[in-house]
Design a protein around this ligand. Structure first.
Ligand SMILES: *[C@@H]1O[C@H](CO)[C@@H](O)[C@H](O)[C@H]1NC(C)=O
Ligand SMILES: *[C@@H]1O[C@H](CO)[C@@H](O)[C@H](O)[C@H]1NC(C)=O
Ligand SMILES: *[C@@H]1O[C@H](CO)[C@@H](O)[C@H](O)[C@H]1NC(C)=O
Ligand SMILES: *[C@@H]1O[C@H](CO)[C@@H](O)[C@H](O)[C@H]1NC(C)=O
Ligand SMILES: *[C@@H]1O[C@H](CO)[C@@H](O)[C@H](O)[C@H]1NC(C)=O
Ligand SMILES: *[C@@H]1O[C@H](CO)[C@@H](O)[C@H](O)[C@H]1NC(C)=O
Ligand SMILES: *[C@@H]1O[C@H](CO)[C@@H](O)[C@H](O)[C@H]1NC(C)=O
Ligand SMILES: *[C@@H]1O[C@H](CO)[C@@H](O)[C@H](O)[C@H]1NC(C)=O
Length: 389
């Protein structure tokens, strides 16, 4: 009898097992999805001070170096050591109206159309500006060919291989770099170039002062008059207070105490496996702390003098709405909406349109869309302005 009952039960277990399998898979999927969704949206307003991180006895992962394809960038050599001299000479003799900085830490072949739009719109708005691009790949014959159309027009761009050990010298990030080099710190899993770009922009503004721009922007307006400024990418709909800042566009005087704090935070809390942690979330954490009046370990809050501009300034269209303005209008109603949006973005108070590369890398920008219109209006050379791809 017992045997029979067992065999009876067995006939129904495949269905139950299948059901449980589906249920577990669904739960797993929801958990994984929610986690990545939350880490993306989380306003990350809490701050965890890990003061012992740098002092902790190094656990040596000798394989760390192997995980670092861009390891070269951690070291100085005869060619990188010229960086500082080249930048000073370029900015010093350039009679520049403004000093702009960008980083390009990936191969020159990936410097494409959209990056050229950033350069074109930058120089359309500032023909007398000087632009330093910290980049080993563009500091080359191939890079020269990419930039030649600008250089031939007398526009001033210096692509120079950066010297990270020099740039971080005398900042909080100097010890961080030593740990990365020795393999004492885990570089994590996010592509190194993204994190280094976060660091590089901070140290360049700290050493030289000026305006940092990501390469996925369209510049819409002259930056003259902006000083010591970061932008909010989102605000609370009720309180109107910002909920998240971003570091894709920053304007700072040389040696500004807020930059010193950003660098300190970078060195203390670096986590190479969490997207945004060392970038936009870092900027938000530090500024929130300073605004709460705490100042920092090195500066009193009263010595800070900076402005947080509303989203309209640098992030007028948030990342989850950017796709919409890349689509061409389908009917008259949408055409009018495109017109209104274009004129709103051309309005005073909007300096750049950030295109959120991470979200739109594979999106097609359609002819007639808001983005296509702005790119065409703000191009300088305009040869390569074609949207089909
Ligand atoms: C200097 O180091 C960089 C990496 O940081 C490398 O790309 C470059 O080829 C080196 N140059 C020389 C002359 O060794
Ligand atoms: C690099 O610099 C060292 C001294 O710092 C010098 O001995 C060497 O010749 C230089 N190499 C090149 C290729 O310039
Ligand atoms: C520098 O630029 C300003 C205006 O952009 C111009 O008036 C001045 O003559 C320039 N000086 C030199 C030395 O080129
Ligand atoms: C670092 O600081 C020391 C002492 O203040 C100074 O002599 C040196 O020039 C600084 N180095 C850099 C690269 O700023
Ligand atoms: C750097 O940042 C990216 C995301 O921006 C992250 O995926 C990566 O793991 C980080 N770590 C390193 C070492 O690049
Ligand atoms: C703060 O900076 C602004 C320029 O952005 C300047 O006009 C003002 O005088 C500064 N205030 C202080 C107290 O330094
Ligand atoms: C215009 O097109 C959009 C999207 O295709 C649609 O939602 C909307 O109803 C259309 N409006 C009119 C007036 O046809
Ligand atoms: C830009 O257009 C020129 C021809 O006008 C072409 O040779 C060049 O490859 C284009 N560059 C890019 C990055 O598309």
């Amino acid at each position: 009898m017992a045997v029979k009952r067992i065999s009876n039960n067995n006939t129904s277990t495949p269905k139950i097992r299948f059901f449980i399998f589906i249920l577990l898979t669904t739960i797993l999927f929801i958990v994984v999805y929610l986690e990545s969704f939350l880490s993306e949206l989380n306003t990350s307003r809490s701050f965890h001070f890990k003061s012992n991180e740098i002092l902790r006895a190094p656990k040596t992962h000798h394989d760390a170096a192997a995980k670092l394809p861009g390891l070269g960038i951690f070291h100085s050599n005869n060619s990188t050591q010229r960086f500082h001299g080249r930048v000073l000479e370029f900015l010093g003799h350039g009679n520049c109206s403004l000093h702009f900085f960008m980083t390009w830490l990936t191969p020159s072949k990936s410097f494409g159309r959209r990056e050229l739009w950033a350069l074109e719109s930058l120089f359309k708005a500032h023909s007398k500006a000087c632009l330093v691009i910290a980049s080993a790949s563009l500091d080359s014959v191939r890079g020269y060919r990419i930039l030649k159309p600008f250089l031939d027009r007398g526009l001033r761009i210096l692509a120079a291989e950066p010297d990270l050990p020099f740039l971080v010298k005398n900042t909080s990030a100097e010890a961080w770099l030593e740990e990365m080099k020795s393999g004492a710190k885990d570089p994590g899993s996010v592509p190194l170039s993204q994190n280094l770009s976060n660091l590089m922009r901070l140290v360049m503004l700290y050493k030289y002062g000026g305006i940092y721009l990501d390469t996925d922007v369209v510049v819409l307006r002259d930056f003259t008059g902006l000083r010591n400024t970061v932008g909010a990418q989102s605000v609370d709909t009720v309180s109107k207070e910002w909920t998240r800042l971003n570091g894709a566009v920053m304007v700072f005087d040389v040696d500004h105490p807020l930059l010193a704090d950003f660098l300190e935070e970078f060195a203390l809390t670096f986590d190479g496996s969490r997207w945004g942690h060392n970038g936009p979330y870092l900027i938000s954490r530090v500024v929130e702390r300073v605004m709460r009046g705490g100042g920092s370990r090195t500066s009193s809050a009263s010595s800070y003098n900076f402005t947080v501009l509303p989203p309209k300034a640098f992030y007028p269209v948030i990342w989850h709405k950017i796709e919409r303005i890349m689509k061409k209008p389908a009917n008259e109603t949408e055409k009018r909406w495109v017109e209104r949006t274009v004129s709103k973005l051309n309005d005073v108070g909007t300096y750049v349109l950030h295109l959120w590369r991470r979200q739109t890398m594979d999106s097609v920008i359609e002819e007639g869309s808001v983005v296509a219109r702005l790119v065409s209006d703000h191009c300088l050379i305009c040869h390569n302005i074609s949207f089909a791809s």
